[in-house]
Design a protein around this ligand. Structure first.
Ligand code: AMP
Ligand code: GLY
Length: 426
């Protein structure tokens, strides 16, 4: 079987790495891929933009690709699923309608409210005065979100009314997020511990992946501005078996049922970003219509099932025949970023030391291979991942491996997994 993975990040490298382990898979093309997918066995980069659906479909037809899997949200929200369907090609992706769960925070919040799925109290605004009045009514801290896609950066948790008002003005009047910020959601602050709960759905049935948790903030101790994610681990101990069952019954199943009742068959990965309160009750913070990055990396390290078989079963709407089996080990992944990210950063720094890495897997994101030289090309450059008998052991292996890797301006957090490690020590 030939597979096409659409995207260029650490998530796509991890998915392609897992697909390549299947005996049924002969080659995994990655469009456009990165320096890591350019070098890995069974993987081949194809220089096509993820938003160029015509070129992707032409390539998939010409190479007789049996399954295309889409990593990033951009092509999903823009309707890649329909483009492939029109060509009679199998593509594991929710439709553009379904992808509105991620593409519009107003859509997803109103959907949650309509179907009585727990989420923070909210309202959606285009008028700054009304937004500010509602923010005041909710009390502090209060959360202000740009409605559209903003690469994880369109959310402000305001600790003062002045900060809330500034965020509202920035988004609605200052055009800080372009069209994505032309509408804002103002919502109540949820207290608890976050977890990522990702499932694979085939329109009616779903299977849950192992639980995970990411660290979004740039600095140690979860301080500083949000990024796409600076590290992640699996499992997330806050999601006990009882909590997991509760999430499936009270959040995932009603979401898929609710979509069905509105005429939407959700096929693909569905990611629920959750807040779990002190009593173990989950609320939805957000939905993503794709796998998480960097959550994919530790989850793929633990997945024992054949990902190609399972994804094919999902597009063919026979997921009930398959299972998802995970190693009982823990996995942890740390992102190595370019200094300055999530703001401005330099690219083009040569990367060395990857051959010295032991007991860990290095997934590439912002890297490029040019004339045999590997160099940085993005904000998040590499994800180093390892498994261990505990989160602590996996963390030790990862940070040992990180020491071997060098590039100018390399920055990473030193504390990925600290909450899980605190729980392990209890
Ligand atoms: P989102 O893009 O909606 O996932 O928000 C990004 C991050 O902001 C989340 O991962 C949370 O850490 C934080 N956040 C968003 N909404 C809330 C909320 N209602 N209560 C507490 N934290 C939130
Ligand atoms: N790590 C968070 C995300 O992929 O949205």
């Amino acid at each position: 079987m030939k597979i096409l993975v659409v995207g260029a990040g650490g998530r796509e490298h991890a998915l392609a790495w897992k697909f390549a382990q299947s005996e049924r898979v002969s080659v995994v093309y990655v469009a456009p891929g990165n320096g890591g997918t350019a070098m890995a066995p069974k993987l081949e980069n194809v220089d096509i933009d993820p938003m160029d659906f015509d070129a992707l479909c032409t390539f998939a037809k010409a190479r007789e690709i049996e399954l295309t899997v889409v990593g990033p949200e951009g092509p999903l929200v823009a309707g890649i699923q329909a483009a492939f369907a029109r060509c009679g090609l199998a593509c594991l992706a929710p439709s553009a309608d379904a992808a509105q769960l991620e593409g519009s925070k107003t859509f997803s919040k109103e959907f949650l409210a309509r179907h009585n799925i727990p989420t923070a109290r909210f309202s959606s605004f285009t008028d700054p005065r009304a937004a500010k009045t509602f923010a005041q009514e909710l009390g502090l801290p209060v959360v202000i979100k740009a409605d559209g896609l903003a690469a994880g950066k369109g959310v402000v948790v305001a600790q003062s009314l002045e900060a809330a008002e500034a965020a509202i003005d920035d988004m609605l009047l200052g055009n800080a997020f372009g069209r994505a910020g032309a509408r804002v959601v103002v919502e109540a602050f949820l207290v608890g511990e976050e977890a990522s709960f990702i499932v694979l759905a085939d329109g009616t049935d779903f299977h849950a992946f192992a639980t995970s948790q990411d660290h979004k903030a740039i600095f140690n101790g979860d301080q500083g501005p949000n990024t796409g994610g600076m590290g992640a681990y699996s499992p997330a101990p806050v999601v006990t078996e009882a909590v997991s069952k509760h999430i499936c019954e009270h959040i995932i199943a009603p979401t898929l049922q609710g979509l069905l009742s509105e005429g939407i068959h959700y096929t693909g990965f569905l990611y629920a970003g959750l807040m779990i309160d002190a009593l173990g009750a989950p609320s939805v913070i957000e939905f993503n219509c794709r796998f998480g990055d960097p959550e994919t990396q530790p989850i793929m390290m633990r997945l024992e099932s054949d990902l190609a078989e399972v994804c094919l079963a999902a597009v063919e709407h026979r997921l009930a025949e398959e299972t998802l089996v995970f190693s009982s080990k823990a996995a942890l992944a740390v992102v190595l970023a370019s200094a300055g990210y999530p703001g401005d950063y330099d690219v083009g720094a040569p990367i060395s030391g990857l051959n010295e890495v032991q007991d860990a897997v290095v997934f590439h994101a912002g890297t490029r291979l040019l004339d045999g030289i590997l160099a940085t090309s993005g904000g998040r450059v590499l994800t180093v991942a390892a498994t261990g008998d505990s989160v602590l052991q996996a963390q030790r292996l990862v940070y040992q491996a990180v020491k071997a890797i060098q590039f100018k301006g390399q920055y990473h957090r030193d504390d990925i997994g600290y909450r899980a490690i605190e729980r392990e020590a209890r």
